[in-house]
Design a protein around this ligand. Structure first.
Ligand SMILES: NC(=O)c1ccc[n+]([C@@H]2O[C@H](COP(=O)([O-])OP(=O)(O)OC[C@H]3O[C@@H](n4cnc5c(N)ncnc54)[C@H](O)[C@@H]3O)[C@@H](O)[C@H]2O)c1
Length: 216
């Protein structure tokens, strides 16, 4: 597959991995503002993270900061992009080209994060045979015909009631990583990585914290 050199970073703690794309966005902005070097203290101050945490997070990559000046911005951007797997393109199949699936197909920045959707699958006759942003949409029953060894990522954006069944279809067809947007906890064998993602969970946290503010 295209991302054969993506490393297995299983020992990196998830909170560190989750912070890294934020460091990357911060560094890209620093670069835009003409900065050549940033220190972990600056990153920490601007991002509201402890500076030892920043140093620790970045130590999982191969980069080493220089005393006093810190990290070279360009080099750190490249190292982070590499480390996070954003510099190689993984091909993905999308299952469920409705509201959210359609939005993801319109997300032109997805490839900057190492993902390229090459085909969509749905059951809606109005969608089958169409293209969304140049990506062909097939009936889900055609998956076995279309599936390919070089596509190992599946994006799951079907209604909740079909999530488990469609995820199983994906796994049976060789998908190794499922980006699960449905609210269902998918159960599959251990050789498939499932990453649950929910905007609504974050919204719930925000509402809860806002209530707490009101109560002050
Ligand atoms: N994680 C998040 O932040 C987030 C945000 C929005 C929606 N969602 C979830 O994403 C999913 C999709 O939401 P939506 O608003 O796009 O719904 P939607 O109804 O607009 O789209 C769902 C699509 O899946 C298709 N579909 C139905 N059964 C299928 C099957 N067996 N195989 C393939 N495709 C099938 C439908 O025809 C439709 O096009 C839901 O589970 C929803 O809860 C998650």
């Amino acid at each position: 597959m295209t991302s054969g050199n993506k490393k297995k970073e299983s020992l990196v703690p998830e909170p560190s991995l989750r912070r890294m794309p934020c460091y990357l966005a911060y560094l890209k902005l620093a670069k835009k503002n003409g900065k050549n070097y940033v220190s972990s203290t600056h990153i920490a101050r601007d991002m509201g993270v402890d500076s030892t945490q920043v140093t620790k997070d970045l130590s999982y990559t191969s980069i080493v900061g220089k005393t006093r000046v810190g990290y070279e911005v360009n080099a750190l951007i490249e190292v982070l992009q590499d480390f996070l797997g954003f510099r190689t393109l993984d091909k993905a199949f999308l299952f469920g080209a409705g509201g959210l699936g359609n939005a993801l197909l319109h997300d032109h920045k997805l490839d900057q994060y190492g993902l390229s959707i090459v085909a969509g699958f749905d059951v809606d006759p109005k969608l089958i045979g169409t293209e969304i942003q140049g990506v062909p949409i097939y009936h889900v029953s055609e998956f076995n015909k279309i599936k390919s060894d070089d596509v190992s990522v599946g994006i799951l954006t079907v209604p909740a009631e079909f999530a488990q069944e469609v995820a199983q279809t994906m796994a049976d067809g060789g998908i190794k990583g499922i980006w699960n947007f449905t609210p269902i906890r998918i159960s599959l064998s251990d050789d498939v990585v499932i990453q649950d993602t929910s905007m609504y969970a974050h919204l719930a946290v925000m509402f809860n914290r806002m209530k707490h503010l009101d109560g002050k």
